[in-house]
Design a protein around this ligand. Structure first.
Ligand SMILES: NC(=O)c1ccc[n+]([C@@H]2O[C@H](COP(=O)([O-])OP(=O)(O)OC[C@H]3O[C@@H](n4cnc5c(N)ncnc54)[C@H](O)[C@@H]3O)[C@@H](O)[C@H]2O)c1
Length: 283
């Protein structure tokens, strides 16, 4: 496998944009692909806006900001990813959508390249088997917000080669992250442990044990967590949170993973958290 120089990112949501910034900061050339040019341009502008704030706070010089932006290309044309050494998919948490995308990427991206997924819970092996290069598919799971969070879970499906996993760990490390190796089980380490807690916080609120604000205050003050469960659910996105719980429940049938009904109703109502400015709280 060739040395990683150019990284493709598919998806222009919270994570796609964060991933592109992280890779460009680590001096990779980055090509971000969104389904629309407007979506792709929005990624570029949101990264620029974030970097400009960093310059104002004197955490970055303006020359550094310009150098990072110069490494990022945005496009609506998936064929522009053909020459990438690594492509990370970060679209909606839906197996059918991701599987189709992997089939397509496999036909487009050079055969030596690694194709990775940023899925939070889905079976990476299913995406690997949608390609003709299952040994070169793995999970590279960043956390939100990607530029700030130190952890990356590198997910090893049964099909991945040692070289692929080594390259994925090398990439995460070059991005300044701490990589942990995890087998391909729903939720990996972090979400398998985190989501029963988040789900039970919703149930506790529904049962009237305490108000949403008091539950958040209890968990920040009592456990030293940086934010409470409702603030975190709104940050993650309620649609993504529901998809994660459904995938965990599908795999393990543990009642702690059975999504609280109100979460499903809020997603049906389009109340998805910060990204729609309305979730458990209004933004
Ligand atoms: N939100 C988090 O905290 C978090 C953390 C780590 C990993 N992830 C994972 O990252 C991935 C993206 O999540 P996000 O939070 O950025 O979501 P998001 O809702 O912010 O963005 C989703 C992206 O998918 C695109 N999309 C939607 N439907 C599509 C389709 N049918 N075909 C192609 N693209 C489509 C959207 O245009 C958007 O660019 C998911 O797999 C999620 O599980 C999310």
């Amino acid at each position: 496998m060739a040395h990683i120089r150019t990284v493709g990112v598919i998806g222009s949501g919270i994570m796609g944009s964060g991933l592109a910034e992280v890779a460009a900061r680590a001096e990779y050339d980055v090509i971000v692909r969104s389904r629309t040019q407007a979506g792709a341009d929005a990624v570029f502008h949101s990264i620029d806006a974030g970097l400009t704030k960093q310059v104002a706070k004197e955490r970055l010089t303006d020359d550094e900001r310009q150098a990072i932006l110069a490494r990022i290309t945005v496009t609506d044309d998936v064929h522009r990813l053909a020459g990438c050494d690594l492509v990370i998919e970060s679209v909606v948490e839906d197996m059918e959508v991701k599987r189709e995308l992997f089939e397509k990427l496999d036909r487009i991206v050079q055969p030596e390249a690694i194709i990775a997924t940023n899925t939070s819970t889905l079976a990476v092996v299913e995406l690997a088997m949608a390609t003709e290069r299952p040994a070169q598919v793995c999970g590279i799971h960043f956390f939100n917000p990607a530029p700030m969070m130190k952890l990356v879970e590198v997910i090893r499906p049964l099909t991945a080669s040692d070289e692929t996993i080594e390259a994925a760990v090398g990439f995460a490390t070059a991005c300044g992250k701490d990589a942990v190796l995890v087998q391909d089980r729903a939720g990996f380490v972090v979400n398998a442990l985190l989501f029963p807690y988040l789900n039970n916080a919703i149930r506790m609120w529904e049962q009237g044990t305490a108000s949403m604000d008091d539950i958040d205050t209890a968990m920040t003050g009592g456990c030293n967590f940086p934010m409470g469960p409702f603030a975190l659910l709104d940050l993650v996105g309620l649609d993504t949170s529901l998809a994660i719980l459904d995938a965990l429940y599908d795999e393990f049938r543990d009642p702690n993973y059975a999504a609280a009904p109100v979460l499903r109703r809020m997603v049906a109502a389009g109340q998805l958290g910060r990204k729609t400015k309305h979730g458990f709280r209004t933004y």
